[in-house]
Design a protein around this ligand. Structure first.
Ligand code: NCC
Length: 276
C-alpha cells in the first residue's frame, strides 16, 4: 500500500482531491446576507489555466538562494500567509498571483490583515481547520479562528479583490491521500498550507515548480526567510503532518534529486497533463 509509485500517487490526487471553494448558494451561507460577497463561481473555473506555475514555500532555506528571477519567470506564482516579497526580491521574486492564507493570519493582531498592503495584490484564498466531517454548519459554528467575520470585514474594505474560501472537504481529501499512502496513522490535523497550495496549483497549471518545500543544500533551522526565528518544527512539522506531505511530494517529483539539492526545486505535472 505504501509503496505506490509516483504516477499512481499523482492519479490518485487528481481523481480523489477536488479544489472546491465556498459559493453563495451553499447552506448555511445561502441564508446569510453577506454570502453575496463570496465568489459565485469556483476558483478553478475563474483562474487559469496557466502554463507554468511556481509555489514558493516560506522556508528559511530560500534565504540567499537567488531564485527570484527563476520564480518570476513562471506565468503564476503562489505564496503563503505573511511571506513578503519587498526586500527579498533577489531570493523569492516579486510576482504574486495567488496568496494562500490560513485563518490565523486573518485573525491575529500582529499580521494586520485588514490594513497591511501585503495582502492587497493578487488573488486571496483562505482556509481554516474544519472538523473531519467537513460539515459546513458544524464548521461555521466552531471555526478555529474567526475566518468568516474577518472575511466580511476584508471584503468591505477591498470589494474588487478576488477572495475565495476553500471548502473544508478539500483539506480532508488531501489529508486522506497522505494517510492512505503511509504505513502509520498520522495526526488528524489538516495538511499545511504548503501541501494545499501545491494541489491548488496542480489544478490550475500545466507544470508546477515548488521551491524549498523539500529543502535544498541551504536547509536551515531558520523558520522563514523573512524572520529571525529558529525552529526545526517549521521544516519538519508539529501540528501539520508536514513530514508525510514532504514524503509524498518527494515520491511524485518528476525532476531530479540534483534540482532539489541545488534549487530546492520539485517538478510536478498539472492534473490536465496526466493520463490516468
Ligand atoms: O510557516 P507557514 O505555515 O506560513 O509556511 C507556509 C508553508 O511553507 C512550508 N514551509 C514553511 C517553513 C519551512 N521552514 N518549511 C516549509 O516547508 C510549509 O508547507 C508551510 O505550510 C501554514 O501552513 O499555514 C503555516 O502557517 C504558520 C503561521 O500560522 C503563519 O505563518 C502566520 O504567521 C504556522 N505557524 C504557527 O502557527 C506558529 C505553521 O505551523 C503552518
Amino acid at each position: 500500500e505504501t509503496k505506490r509509485s509516483g504516477p499512481q500517487l499523482l492519479c490518485q490526487l487528481k481523481e480523489k482531491v477536488e479544489v472546491t471553494t465556498l459559493t453563495p448558494d451553499l447552506q448555511p451561507f445561502s441564508s446569510m446576507l453577506w454570502a453575496t460577497q463570496l465568489p459565485s463561481k469556483q476558483l478553478t473555473s475563474d483562474l487559469g489555466p496557466y502554463k507554468s506555475c511556481a509555489v514558493v514555500a516560506s522556508a528559511g532555506s530560500l534565504h540567499g538562494s537567488k531564485l527570484g528571477k527563476e520564480i518570476d519567470s513562471h506565468d503564476a506564482v503562489l505564496r503563503f500567509n505573511a511571506a513578503p516579497t519587498n526586500g527579498y526580491e533577489k531570493d523569492v521574486g516579486l510576482k504574486t498571483t495567488i496568496r494562500l492564507i490560513n485563518s490565523q493570519v486573518m485573525a491575529s493582531e500582529e499580521h494586520r490583515f485588514l490594513s497591511s498592503s501585503l495582502y492587497s495584490s493578487g488573488v486571496l484564498v483562505a482556509w481554516d481547520p474544519a472538523p473531519f466531517s467537513a460539515d459546513l454548519i458544524q464548521w461555521y459554528n466552531k471555526t478555529d479562528y474567526p475566518i468568516f467575520t474577518q472575511y466580511q470585514r476584508y471584503r468591505r474594505l477591498h470589494p474588487q479583490q478576488p477572495f475565495y474560501i476553500l471548502h473544508p472537504r478539500f483539506e480532508w481529501q488531501a489529508w486522506q491521500r497522505i494517510q492512505d499512502n503511509m504505513a502509520e496513522p498520522i495526526q488528524k490535523n489538516p495538511p499545511s498550507s504548503g501541501f494545499l497550495g501545491i494541489i491548488l496549483m496542480m489544478s490550475l497549471c500545466e507544470v508546477v515548480h515548488v521551491y524549498e518545500f523539500l529543502p535544498s543544500q541551504r536547509k536551515t533551522e531558520l523558520c522563514h526567510y523573512y524572520q529571525r526565528f529558529y525552529d526545526a518544527a517549521c521544516t519538519l512539522g508539529a501540528y501539520h503532518p508536514l513530514l508525510y506531505e514532504k514524503n509524498l511530494v518527494k515520491r511524485m517529483n518528476q525532476g531530479s534529486d540534483r534540482d532539489i539539492y541545488t534549487h530546492g526545486r520539485v517538478t510536478l505535472p498539472g492534473f490536465s497533463k496526466l493520463n490516468c
